[in-house]
Design a protein around this ligand. Structure first.
Ligand code: SF4
Ligand code: SF4
Ligand code: SF4
Length: 413
């Protein structure tokens, strides 16, 4: 059967030829998810349905382990929201178990010098993206604004939708944001030469492996499944680990930052802050449970009242949906696109689970993220104390770049 082609230069996935039974499942998945034939945008969804494990993330965990044993470097890790609700699958926990404390503890046991939370980076993306949205609404330029945090989507626009490049937000992705802060803010405060910091992004995503290739701030991208392999190889018993907390400075994320891991989460998070920026008051209650953009429908849409503007927002869940809605997108102001079904909770860097259980497992992971937002005292990125401090003492002094240069908006692959 015809199968997806995996080039040697693919930065996201690999194929172990001896395991391949030529069943064609990978191509079917690629067509269903992305409606692409022989073009790879690195999402890795084919990997999740390969029945023999022939398709794997492009591993880099052994190199990371080597750095962890090299005392001439300080190895720092940042962890994306969706990892903490999926890591337990490999250790016998109920799907969707929220295991943030154990995940932090596991990373410390592996020897990472600092464990920071990419949710802090998501909060920075929210702050900057909300400002950018308000600015575009004022000028009526480059609308709809497309989200920029999914590299496979950015890659898709670059290859198949170049006329809309300018619509993509110029904001760095959450790992791009926190990566820039680790190598500048953290390095300056702790008086560390940034060249001696090795920054590892732990993500649910294989596409981020390609994204960081273009970003000198982030040195390696590890997937959830690679973390599991590292723990097993180092004989660390995840189940008996005690909860630990993220390190301070870049270790706190708001509920808004955390829901980035679910489709619709970026939209909800950005709108909470955009409302505040426009009206100088907290958004009404419905911005905290925006059901119209939650869940796994392929295209979700709603009209949002920001008082000064009534805006039309759309959320594309699963990239193939773009072909169905492309013709009507000009009528919208804000469009979120996540390539993977369910958003990053369904990313291909998460461990393998039974194929027929995937939708149910994604749903449980999504629920866990929203539950944490619900109980989080800080639900707005602009209320995150670490974010406020970072702006006051560093970002507002122009010491770090949080936006992509125009020519870097689209990934070259
Ligand atoms: S799904 Fe896996 S086993 Fe089947 S053709 Fe693709 S790579 Fe080979
Ligand atoms: S990684 Fe994504 S785009 Fe590439 S072949 Fe697999 S499913 Fe298709
Ligand atoms: S939706 Fe998330 S996990 Fe999937 S490719 Fe995009 S960033 Fe990666």
């Amino acid at each position: 059967m015809e199968r997806v082609s995996v080039s040697k230069n693919n930065l996201a996935i690999d194929r172990i030829e001896e395991r391949c039974i030529h069943c064609g499942m990978c191509l079917k998945t690629c067509q269903e998810n992305n409606n692409l034939k022989n073009d790879c945008i690195n999402c890795g969804q084919c990997l999740l349905t390969c029945p023999t494990g022939a398709l794997i993330p492009k591993y880099c965990y052994k190199t990371v382990l080597n750095y962890l044993h090299d005392t001439s470097y300080q190895v720092v890790v940042i962890t994306s929201p969706a990892v903490r609700v999926a890591i337990g699958d490999a250790f016998g926990y109920e799907a969707g178990s929220f295991l943030e404390g154990k995940m932090v503890s596991a990373l410390k046991a592996l020897g990472f010098a600092k464990v920071f939370d990419t949710t802090f980076g998501a909060d920075l993306t929210v702050m900057e993206e909300a400002k950018e949205l308000v600015n575009r609404l004022e000028t009526q330029k480059n609308l709809p604004m497309f989200t920029s945090c999914c590299p496979s989507w950015v890659n898709y626009v670059s290859k198949f939708y170049p006329e809309k490049k300018e619509n993509i937000s110029t904001c760095k992705s959450p790992i791009g944001m926190i990566g820039a802060m680790v190598k500048s803010y953290y390095a300056e405060l702790y008086e560390i030469n940034p060249n001696q910091i090795i920054l590892v992004a732990l993500t649910p995503c294989v596409s981020k492996k390609e994204e960081i290739y273009h970003n000198p701030d982030v040195d390696f991208c590890l997937t959830t499944s690679e973390l599991v392999l590292m723990l097993k190889e180092m004989n660390i018993d995840f189940n008996t680990l005690k909860d630990e907390e993220f390190d301070k400075l870049l270790g706190k994320g708001s509920g808004a930052g955390l829901i980035f891991g679910a489709s619709g989460g970026v939209t909800e998070a950005v709108l909470r802050t955009a409302y505040y920026l426009i009206n100088h008051e907290k958004a009404p209650r419905k911005f905290y449970e925006l059901n119209a953009v939650r869940g796994e429908k392929n295209f979700k849409e709603t009209i949002i009242d920001l008082k000064k503007y009534q805006i039309k927002v759309g959320v594309i869940n699963k990239l193939a949906t773009i072909k169905e809605v492309k013709d009507k997108l000009d009528a919208y102001d804000f469009i979120e696109v996540m390539t993977c079904p369910g958003g990053c909770v369904g990313g291909a860097g998460q461990g393998l689970v039974a194929i027929n259980k995937l939708p149910e497992i994604r749903e449980k992971r999504i629920k866990a993220l929203y539950q944490d937002d619900e109980i989080n005292k800080v639900k707005e990125s602009y209320e995150n104390e670490e974010i406020k401090e970072a702006y006051q003492t560093f970002i507002n002094k122009g010491k770090v770049k949080l936006h992509n240069e125009k020519e870097k908006i689209a990934c070259q692959n």
